[in-house]
Design a protein around this ligand. Structure first.
Ligand code: ADP
Ligand code: MG
Length: 239
């Protein structure tokens, strides 16, 4: 799991690095092309030097396209929104980490929601977000502790517009200074942490039109709450 998470984190860092690299390549490429065009205009078509400069211009264009394509591939994709059953995505992740929780002697509980919410979302990205938060909860919780995941519709009543997924742990909690920095990329208090989990998670949640809230008390535990809008027209699954 940790390995999987680390890989996902690395990938989105790659996307950012790719964007910087592409920028650094494109600018000098533009200068090469521009000056080659000026030189080419000193010669006439058919002249050897004209043809060489033509080649330089064509090749800079090709490089530009390669960079463009690479960027498109490496850049974090916008979410592919579709019908998404939040509870099912949570179940998948809980199954994935169940063994890990057992080994750490942590009670991991996924409460069944009274009405399972349906949202417009990208299941793969949301699973990554849930996984990041649940792994943090497990890492913060000592043996004998508890991690509870619950989902509610908001506002309560017949016309909910959103859902709230809360992941509560009975772990170490955070002091105010730590709490302030947890969304900073590369901020970590762990010897082997990347500090990217929550930064990525927040990006994912916000790309779904949602918000992320963290409440924590040192020594008592932490609750992370993800709020997401329900998909219109299909607020809930009829039982
Ligand atoms: P990482 O897990 O690699 O450190 P994250 O972005 O996931 O990076 O988390 C950043 C920091 O936020 C953690 O190092 C930790 O200090 C704090 N944190 C996150 N979740 C919790 C939690 N459930 N309980 C206590 N601290 C937490
Ligand atoms: Mg983490």
């Amino acid at each position: 799991i940790e390995e999987q998470l680390r890989r996902a984190e690395k990938l989105s860092t790659m996307g950012e690095l790719a964007a910087v690299l592409a920028h650094e390549i494109r600018n000098p490429l533009g200068s090469i092309r521009g000056t080659a065009e000026i030189l080419r205009d000193d010669y006439r078509p058919g002249d050897r030097k004209y043809e060489f400069l033509e080649i330089q211009i064509k090749e800079t264009e090709r490089l530009n396209r390669v960079v463009e394509d690479f960027l498109r591939m490496a850049r974090p994709q916008p979410p592919a929104l579709g019908r998404c059953a939040v509870q099912e995505e949570l179940e998948t992740i809980v199954t994935l980490v169940a063994n890990d929780a057992r080994e750490r002697q942590i009670a991991l509980e996924l409460a069944p929601p009274p009405r399972p919410p349906i949202i417009r979302g990208d299941g793969e990205k949301l699973r990554q977000a849930f996984l990041n938060i649940i792994i943090n909860a497990l890492q913060a919780t000592p043996a004998g502790g508890r991690v509870t995941i619950a989902t509610t519709l908001v506002p309560a009543g017949d016309h909910p517009t959103g859902c709230e997924i809360s992941i509560r742990d009975s772990g170490a909690g955070m002091d105010a200074a730590t709490r302030m920095r947890i969304f900073e990329p590369f901020f970590t208090t762990k010897p082997n942490g990347t500090g990217l989990g929550l930064a990525i998670t927040r990006k994912i949640v916000e790309s779904h039109g949602g918000t992320l809230a963290v409440a924590s008390e040192p020594g008592r535990g932490t609750t992370v709450t993800i709020s997401l809008p329900l998909s219109r027209g299909a607020e809930e699954e009829r039982p």
